[in-house]
Design a protein around this ligand. Structure first.
Ligand code: PMM
Length: 306
């Protein structure tokens, strides 16, 4: 009997201009926000955020995702000027240091300024729904683009967590976002999709998406997932009184999840701590016979997809 876990796998795909390794890429999160659920307020000034980004790179992260807007359920939106003031100095400094940078934004204006400051990837959790102009910016600049599945802003998104079949609907809704991006002129070989774990989704929805992750292959694009520190892991690991496991104590479970996602063929994982995830993905690559002994990861870099 075929193994349900690996029966449906994602084909290994790459993104033009981004590294091609023998394992999925690891995107390290640098949230420059006063209120992110996972690390909000930890990096008060740009110096702290830059130092954290450099530490993630030292741990083995392949690219850094810099965000200035919290998407925690119930969060209120910052002004554009606030978001710019938070992310641009950090992107500038990290890009000058040679880091590969992604900007986590839903706003065209912020994406444009971030690309000017040295970002290479636009990670848009709204997949172009929050500010459709962002697709034109990405197209004009030939940037790489992550289109995440999204239904509404953080203040109302959990009211939209209703699906007849979450995997089918997420695929259909992502397909429409991909079509909109292509119509705006975004290059097909610069596109990535993300099922948006926790965005208008209950814990059960997230687990169903993970269990059937291989079905996202119908979109024919690289897949990124972001599970790190999210509340469905806190609920899974709740104590006997039902209290969720604290945010910073969910890392081991996330490494298990990263391992399984690597086995299923994701293109990249978005994580708050890089080292354990990189290690796990090296194990997967070696297990599957893709990595030479001791050479998985940066040292085993296969090349850039130009
Ligand atoms: N999750 C968050 C923010 N940005 N981007 C992508 N592509 N995928 C995600 O799952 C995702 C994201 C929320 O988590 P955070 O507050 O820890 O950044």
């Amino acid at each position: 009997m075929p193994d349900r876990l690996t029966e449906h796998r994602l084909e290994r795909r790459s993104v033009r201009g981004l590294p091609v390794l023998d394992r999925p890429l690891v995107m390290g999160v640098v949230n420059v926000t006063p209120d992110s659920f996972s690390d909000g307020g930890r990096f008060r000034g740009p110096e702290d955020a830059v130092a954290h980004g450099l530490a993630l790179l030292a741990e083995g992260a392949d690219l850094l995702d810099i965000g200035g807007e919290s998407t925690r359920p119930g969060a209120t939106r910052p002004l554009v000027s606030e978001e710019l003031a938070r992310v641009i100095p950090v992107i500038t400094a990290l890009a000058e240091d040679g880091a590969l940078v992604s900007v986590d934004t839903m706003r065209a204006e912020v994406a444009d300024a971030a690309l000017d400051a040295g970002a290479t990837v636009v990670n848009d959790v709204s997949g172009g729904l929050a500010d459709p102009d962002i697709l034109r910016v990405v197209a004009d600049r030939d940037a790489a683009y992550v289109a995440m599945h999204w239904r509404a802003h953080a203040d109302t998104m959990q009211q939209r967590a209703s699906y007849a079949d979450v995997v089918t609907e997420v695929c259909e809704e992502l397909r429409r976002r991909v079509d909109a991006a292509l119509e705006a002129g975004v290059a097909p070989d610069r596109l990535v999709v993300d099922p948006g774990l926790g965005f208008a989704k209950t814990a059960d929805h997230n687990w169903e998406l993970l269990r059937r992750l291989g079905e996202l292959d119908v979109l024919g694009l690289p897949v990124l997932i972001g599970s790190s520190r999210k509340s469905f892991l806190g609920a899974l690991l709740a104590d006997d009184e039902g209290r969720p496991r604290p945010v910073l104590d969910r890392e081991d479970a996330n490494v298990a999840l990263t391992t399984l996602a690597g086995l299923l063929g994701v293109w990249a994982v978005r994580v708050h701590e890089a080292r354990a995830g990189v290690d796990a993905l090296k194990v997967v690559a070696r297990w599957q016979g893709r990595a030479e002994f001791g050479r998985s990861g940066a040292a085993g870099k296969v090349g850039e997809d130009e």
